[in-house]
Design a protein around this ligand. Structure first.
Ligand SMILES: [Cu+2]
Length: 163
């Protein structure tokens, strides 16, 4: 292979990474909040495939009147509650950040339509540095929370609500 061909091949190989703006969002799913019928949330992993620390600044979608970035905190009474993260979610270079049940999540406030299992929701993610990412996120009302960290073992279906 000539040097020129090698460079061309390398450039072509680099294209998909550039197109995805160095943010790789995987395993995304959305669901209706169990405690608020007209709200929902989305969970996923975000891999910052770059050497630049970045930040998820906001998410937007037509599915809801407002889309916020939330996390859970424990209040003084020991009760977990959700709070908006106003300065965005940190995405350290080369690391994967998990948005998961009981932790960080994308919150849909005031759903414009109900989320049915199997639907897809279009969501656009805006980053401080990386290009925005728009993707279809499947609604999965059957997914159980990940075990680990929240005191729920496998087979714990007690918290399962489809609505
Ligand atoms: Cu929330």
């Amino acid at each position: 292979m000539s040097l020129k061909t090698t460079i061309l091949a390398a450039a072509i190989a680099a294209l998909p990474a550039m197109a995805s703006a160095h943010m790789v969002i995987e395993d995304a799913y959305a669901r209706v909040s169990s405690n608020m019928a007209m709200s929902g949330a989305a969970f996923m992993s975000i891999f910052n495939h770059s050497d630049i620390d970045d930040r998820l600044v906001s998410a937007s979608s037509d599915i809801a009147q407002r889309v916020e970035l939330h996390t859970h905190i424990q209040d003084t009474g020991g009760v977990m509650r959700m709070v908006e993260i106003e300065d965005g979610i940190e995405l350290p270079a080369g690391e994967t950040v998990l948005l998961e049940r009981g932790g960080l999540h994308v919150m849909f406030m005031g759903l414009n339509e109900t989320l049915e299992h199997g639907d897809e929701v279009e969501v656009t993610f805006t980053f401080e540095t990386a290009d925005p990412v728009t993707m279809m996120i499947p609604v999965d009302l059957e997914r159980m929370p990940e075990h680990g960290g929240h005191g729920h073992g496998h087979g714990d279906h007690s918290g399962h609500q489809t609505n």
